[in-house]
Design a protein around this ligand. Structure first.
Ligand code: ADP
Ligand code: MG
Length: 322
């Protein structure tokens, strides 16, 4: 089973940033409203996540590092109606196979516990007392997979990827307070007030947030809402096109392109816009199962959404020109 987990680790936990994503998504799935992420040495030394979610039942503790042990999927049918972020039960098993993991958890009315896993083997299982929630720390990432370790060359790139993931997480969950700390230094902290514009302000400053205008649009199958930033405020790449579906960050080339095309009627062709848009839709219309990272999506009624996106952004841009 350890070998199988090491193979899976290649897809799901290929680098520190993908681990940060998986672990914080678990915290969100557990209903956490405060999620603190502490990173040491770009995640290679330590990734620690503290949440105030509902925690893990003592009885379930031996299952969480088992492959395909997920508490989030009851029937195959649910695969088409994924509402929670995790559903494969692969992340913790994969991470436990390639790092030293210490996990402490407590759920209401259950025995608190702590367990330490190294290279897939359990080391200790002692009791810990505090409040409901989970603390997970991942240390010495890839200590037993030298090839993978070598592949992580540029630590600055890793730090950038972690910031990127945490920012998108904060944008997609304004009602959750996120704190990101690198080597003891705070990078950002959102309040969890539920106000998206406030999150934009915390992450990108007033120059961006004061130029963000609310937009919304609806078609039979889709609703789009969020903020677009006035075309005068530009970026030199497409990384500031923040798209989510049902509050989950997604990448979709054609959707991004339709936004860029609308902006390029008002913006120089070598500049790119900032947008923060969420699409609400019936999860049945998404095929989230296309890739383990769950970022690339396929849609069943793509043409309808592309049209709605174009109209919504164009209407918003027209307002900015008044
Ligand atoms: P998945 O998220 O796909 O179910 P994971 O391997 O990421 O699989 O996690 C395995 C299980 O461990 C989850 O289904 C959940 O029951 C439990 N778990 C992991 N992290 C947390 C957390 N922070 N709070 C509560 N439960 C958690
Ligand atoms: Mg998960």
């Amino acid at each position: 089973a350890h070998i199988q987990n090491k193979i899976a680790a290649g897809e799901v936990v290929e680098r520190p940033s993908s681990i940060v994503k998986e672990i914080t998504e678990n915290s969100l799935d557990a209903g956490a409203t405060v999620i603190e992420v502490f990173i040491k040495n770009s995640g290679m030394e330590s990734i620690k996540v503290v949440d105030n979610g509902r925690g893990i039942d003592y009885e379930d503790r031996s299952l969480i590092f088992e492959r395909h042990a997920t508490s989030k999927l009851d029937t195959a049918y649910e695969l088409f109606e994924i509402r929670s972020l995790g559903f494969r039960g692969e992340a913790l098993a994969s991470i436990g196979a390639v790092a030293k993991v210490s996990l402490q958890s407590m759920s209401e009315g259950s025995t608190p516990f702590k367990m330490v896993i190294s290279g897939g083997d359990y080391e200790t299982d002692t009791v810990w007392h505090e409040r409901p929630g989970t603390i997970i720390e991942i240390k010495d990432l890839f200590f037993n997979t030298p090839a993978r370790l070598k592949y992580i060359k540029n630590l600055r790139t890793e730090t950038g990827k972690i910031i990127d993931i945490m920012q998108r997480m904060a944008l997609n969950n304004p009602d959750v307070s996120f704190r990101l700390v690198f080597d003891g230094k705070d990078r950002f902290k959102t309040t969890g007030s539920g106000n998206l514009k406030e999150v934009i302000n915390i992450l990108y400053g007033t120059q961006v947030s004061s130029n963000a205008i609310p937009v919304s649009g609806t078609s039979p199958d889709y609703t789009i809402d969020g903020f677009i930033v006035r075309p005068e405020v530009t970026r030199s790449n497409r990384n500031y096109i923040n798209l989510s579906i049902n509050n989950r960050h997604v990448r979709h080339f054609k959707l991004s392109q339709s936004i860029i095309n609308a902006y390029h009627t008002l913006q120089p062709k070598d500049k790119y816009p900032l947008v923060f848009l969420n699409i609400t839709m019936d999860p049945k219309l998404i095929d989230v199962n296309v890739h383990p990272s769950k970022i690339e999506v396929k849609l069943s009624k793509e043409a309808e959404l592309l049209k709605l996106m174009e109209d919504t952004v164009k209407n918003g841009l027209m307002e900015t020109q008044l």
